[in-house]
Design a protein around this ligand. Sequence first.
Ligand code: PLP
Length: 414
Amino acid sequence: MITYSSFFSRVAENQQGSAIRKMGVMALRDPDLISFAPGYPDPATFAWEAFREISADVLGSRDSTTLQYGPTRGLPNLIDAIVHIAADRGIKTTSENVMVTTGSQQGLDLLGRILVDPGDVVLVELPAYTGALAAFRNAGAALVGVRQEEDGIDMDDLDAVVERERLAGRRVKFLYVVPNFQNPTGLLISQAKRRRLLEWAGQRNVLIVEDDPYGSLYFEDSATVAETRPIKADDTEGRVVYLSSFSKTLAPGFRVAWVIAGEPLIAKLDVTKQTQDLFTGALDQRIVFEAWKRGVLERQVVKLRGHYQQKRDVMERSLAAGLGDLVTWPEPRGGFFLWVALPRHVSADDLLPRAIEHKVIYVAGSAFFVDGSGRSLMRLSFSLPPIPRIEEGIRRLTELVKEEVSRHPESVGT
Ligand SMILES: Cc1ncc(COP(=O)(O)O)c(C=O)c1O
């Protein structure tokens, strides 16, 4: 066999695979393993019957757009639907400002390509979504972390970091945030802070990349709707690039998501996307469009809110019963994740191999931090396993953490 290392590009050489995706594969291989690792939606909730009918209709119609090459920016019908969906979230936009992407992951990757030169600074929260970190890192970004508070990013730290980076001669391109039910923490950035962020970005001339796949999956009453209003809704100068996706609401297998941004940015994204995939799968786009038009999406999000709230409740109750005196977490009011702080001396990284032996997995917190911190944190995703498996998985985790703490009793209460 030949040795390939001399052939790899620098980007390929430096690539880091996603720990979360590896664990997803592991969970598929061993059915007894209970996985709180990947943020997968629950397939029991998928609108199977509606998708079956829609697929039969769109293929039955022999409308060529369903199987033909299509525009890179997306099918015009779907773009118009996205303009409406955005309006429901308070974002006034036009079809010229929208582009369909093959998952939001592609949107993040494209943004890295059009905005980042090697060495440019991208500001990220401590912690931040690993898929975004990987995309920006691949573009050569210097990822610089900003501390988080319970109501979102720490504004003082943010400003100090920008000041420091600029003094060091680096260009700060954008701040990446997930204001609604953040992956991994489940936190919401407060509305007051969102307004301050927008103002701050204007003063400092930094773009904001707002990634919002979970905003419609809130658990409580309509009061939360106002709290999920995107930063983009108050953006009057095109400073915010907004991404969202149908992955968590309809199904991730469709790979249909979107970006809303200023026209010059959309034009660059369009050309860059052309070399990646020419356009997002037309059949996927057609099905997603019909699902929106026939009210499937609207009914689905209502169902999902109740479904995931129940799962969150079960996970919280099980954790409180098993480890209530040892661990803490901020209550997520939407989304898929519980962000659990272990006793300070317990490392989630070190615990993971033993967790696998106990047939339960999670994502160690350190994966989400660009500054090497987060060792005593873990992300538990409650979205995928059925309720009895959540209970059993937390029972296994409880046993494991208690065992670990009994080895290091000094860590308790710190
Ligand atoms: C914050 C965040 N952004 C983007 C994505 C990627 O979503 P998509 O399936 O649309 O590529 C995810 C998926 O977990 C996510 O949590």
